[in-house]
Design a protein around this ligand. Sequence first.
Ligand code: SF4
Length: 478
Amino acid sequence: MKRFVEGESRGQCTLLPECLDDYITENNPVRVVDVFVDELDLGKLDFEGVAPAATGRPAYHPAILLKLYIYGYLNRIQSSRRLEKESQRNVELMWLTGRLMPDFKTIANFRKDNGKAIRNVCRQFVLICRNLNLFTDAMVAIDGSKFKAVNNRDRNFTVAKIERRRQQIEESIARYLSALDTADRAEPEIAKAKTVRLNDKIALLKAQMEQLRDIETKLEATPDRQISLTDPDARSMATSGRGSGMVGYNVQTAVDTKHHLIVAHEVTNVGHDRSQLSNMATQALDAIGTERLIVAADRGYFRGEEIRACDQVGITTYLPKPMTSGAKANGRFDRADFIYDAQKNEYRCPADQALIWRYSTTEKAMLVHRYWSSHCQQCTLKEQCTPSPERRITRWEHESVIEALQRRLDQAPEMMRVRRQTVEHPFGTLKVWMGYTHFLTKTLDRVSTEMSLHVLAYNIKRLIAILGIEGVIQAVRG
Ligand code: SF4
């Protein structure tokens, strides 16, 4: 066995034993975790147990448990049981915690009881990045992605799902009853065995039917007519894949376009992005600490009120309008073919006729104006325009905000490419780190804490990639 690299004997004693610090090189990321947590004012960030209790068994300092978690999320060890094991065998963790080995319950309780504080730590790291002037471009891309909850699809109920399940059970009962009839005609011994088995199955299905009735009663009392039995906050959501859906959460992020750091994030249980634009953009504006911000998002965020809300606080938006025009789909003129003349307050149609203002009304709590022309009946282009007696155009009172957005987008079409390149990478990375599985915790509050730990780990890795280990340690120390 010569000519191979040989290890030391397990029984070999050394005169001068190595210390733990010898195993942790100067450029080991675990040093960033250590310095970052040591520099935090945990009391100010709302952590429990910063001051030791006067009586009882001494507790672990929150800094130890926070270091343990940040290390875990940086190294894809998110479960408290696995963290307990790692703290007993992993040299980096022994170095980080001073060989403390808390049990999994203590580790899990820390994450459960310090949700708000952990989210504050995530914000604190963004503040460090801001102080390093990494957000000078003041431009973010906003996107949402669905993440699975602990809740199985079969344990989530909507009105439609209950109806479908009831039909399936009724069909199964009918099938078993007809099988019972057939069994009656078989040999007595076989018939007896079959009858017992089929009756058991029918009884089970009837019990399920009863359970469905109970769930239906509870469903009536919920505001969004939906119940999840394992994680009560998880919701059934459609995903981009046709016919697919999941029970989970919608995670929103605002990612800076220059360094791809996650500036702001929020976990919601609303299955669409329509009401999220101004919320996420304002959070990003606060986190970056500028007066003005440029935001790019996809068409799922398009909503007049949200775009206007951004406009009012100095946020410039770039997002395309959803393609929902029925007229265009049917080969007729699109709404965009009608040009608005602000001075005259009228539209010009493709036949160069004026569509004048007729009346105003309120629709879905928005003031809208209606315009049409009196020439439609004689128009030679009417076939291509409308099947109705005249083509009516509806204009929202703040439509100019949407028109300004369209002009911006026409002048900067590359913004949509920038958006795609920016936001899709963090979500892809986070899902790989999670192992394409569900969240480990239940309820919106705890899931938000879990996501904050993922985002913190992601941002730490990004900053290390930008500045290097030494650079991050210096930056954290200020
Ligand atoms: S049908 Fe009416 S609105 Fe349409 S092109 Fe003709 S005149 Fe214009």
